[in-house]
Design a binder for this molecule. Structure first.
Ligand code: ADP
Ligand code: MG
Ligand code: MG
Length: 251
């Protein structure tokens, strides 16, 4: 599914190398976690994969289903089935949540060469999915994320994910700043969307989210690279011992 190979990325504006040879592979149906200390380049990785401006790939690359991901426009990435959830969801004043979602769904369908979804069908689908996530009609009508609580933003993000039915979901510290209930909601949302043809890359500083989303593989990232890969127990080791010993041991 997602394959990142020896990825080197620097900032365009400054001569600062952030990713320094990062490699990892997420097969279909698996949940991988990336953990690592602040400043190790986790968010930069998710930005580069999403196609955000300001970064230059100086070596290596990333593919999805064998296609060069980094050559694609952001819309093409979405059409290919990539979804990114960020630490700080954007607020879009003046644009109703429902309108936003419908535009996103249709943009994705267009890029896939499919017809627009009819309003009747869209309403049916969004109502069903919103009900599953305990999102009320009012939240669907309000401007995207404006005045939403932390928990509401997260539920909304899971709703976006459920509507776009991505195949590769990347979540960057979706858990930070959430109380236990909101975190549970994110985890339940992810767990409900797990399937043999959908993969997740869950980026998190803390172990606690991984108590609720059981990863297949855990990667430890430091200084722009993956320095250690293991099973779910690796996350527990981070919780017990912190990053210090692990990183020292990895060199
Ligand atoms: P993480 O998400 O793991 O905390 P980031 O990807 O946010 O790490 O940042 C990695 C490193 O790159 C940090 O040292 C950060 O200060 C630096 N960095 C990221 N973006 C910028 C930027 N736009 N300008 C200057 N430094 C940046
Ligand atoms: Mg950070
Ligand atoms: Mg970050």
């Amino acid at each position: 599914m997602l394959k990142i190979n020896n990825l080197h990325v620097k900032l365009e504006e400054e001569d600062k190398q952030i990713l320094k040879g990062l490699s990892l592979e997420v097969p279909a149906g698996q949940v991988h976690a990336i953990m690592g200390p602040n400043g190790s380049g986790k968010s930069t990785l998710s930005y580069v994969l999403s196609g955000r401006d300001g970064y230059e790939v100086t070596e290596g690359g990333a593919t999805m289903d064998g296609e060069d991901l980094l050559e694609m426009e952001p819309e093409e990435r979405a059409a290919a089935g990539l979804f990114l959830a960020f630490q700080y969801p954007v607020e879009i004043p003046g644009v109703g949540n429902m309108t936003f979602l419908r535009t996103a769904v249709n943009a994705q369908r267009k890029a896939r060469g499919q017809e627009e979804i009819s309003s009747g069908e869209f309403l049916k689908v969004i109502r069903a999915k919103a009900a599953e996530l305990q999102i009320d009609a009012d939240m669907l009508k309000r401007p995207v994320n404006v005045g939403f609580s932390g928990g509401e933003k997260k539920r909304n993000e899971i709703l976006q994910m459920a509507m776009l039915e991505p195949r590769m979901c990347i979540m960057d510290e979706t858990d930070s700043g959430l109380d236990v209930d909101a975190m549970r909601l994110v985890a339940d949302g992810v767990n409900a969307l797990r399937s043999p043809d959908r993969s997740f890359l869950v980026i998190t500083h803390y172990q606690r989210l991984l108590n609720h989303i059981q990863p297949d593989v855990v990667h430890i990232m430091s200084n722009g690279r993956i320095v250690k890969t293991g099973g779910p127990d690796l996350a527990l080791q981070v919780e017990d011992e912190g990053y210090g010993d692990l990183l020292a041991e990895a060199g």
